[in-house]
Design a protein around this ligand. Structure first.
Ligand SMILES: [Cu+2]
Length: 131
């Protein structure tokens, strides 16, 4: 009789251990879900979006303006060719069709193509006016 109870307890303990494992798996799935939810939150923090259209071999505007000390979403859109942008004096680079939320102090910055894209690469320069 005691042996049966001991066996039952062992089985119960095993079942609990398995259930705990299942619970852990569920918990592992959750952080990736919430991490995915955090990037749209970062995007909504940007007050506005500036789209920089890049083609061969120029950006669509000679000058882009954004407010100072304010998160702004910079989106690079390659309409022709493969280009990137880097902002002078800042550790900011966007390559391909991507976005980044940036916050900059007042100033005039040079935006350059950051990908060697061909003969006109060096003339791909525009201004970013932050004020
Ligand atoms: Cu280039």
């Amino acid at each position: 009789m005691h042996k049966k109870i001991a066996l039952l307890l062992t089985l119960t303990a095993l079942a609990l251990a398995l259930a705990a494992c299942g619970g852990n798996n569920d918990n592992n799935a959750e952080p990736s879900g919430s991490a995915g939810a955090s990037s749209p939150a970062a995007e909504t923090a940007a007050s506005q979006e500036i789209v920089i259209n890049a083609t061969t071999w120029e950006f669509d505007k000679a000058e882009y303006a954004i407010p100072k000390d304010t998160p702004v979403k910079l989106t690079l859109n390659n309409t022709k060719g493969a280009h990137g942008i880097e902002i002078e004096g800042q550790d900011i680079e966007i390559r391909g069709n991507k976005s980044e939320v940036v916050t900059l102090p007042a100033g005039t910055y040079e935006i350059r193509c950051s990908i060697m894209c061909g003969t006109g690469h060096k003339q791909m320069v525009s201004k970013l006016v932050v004020s």
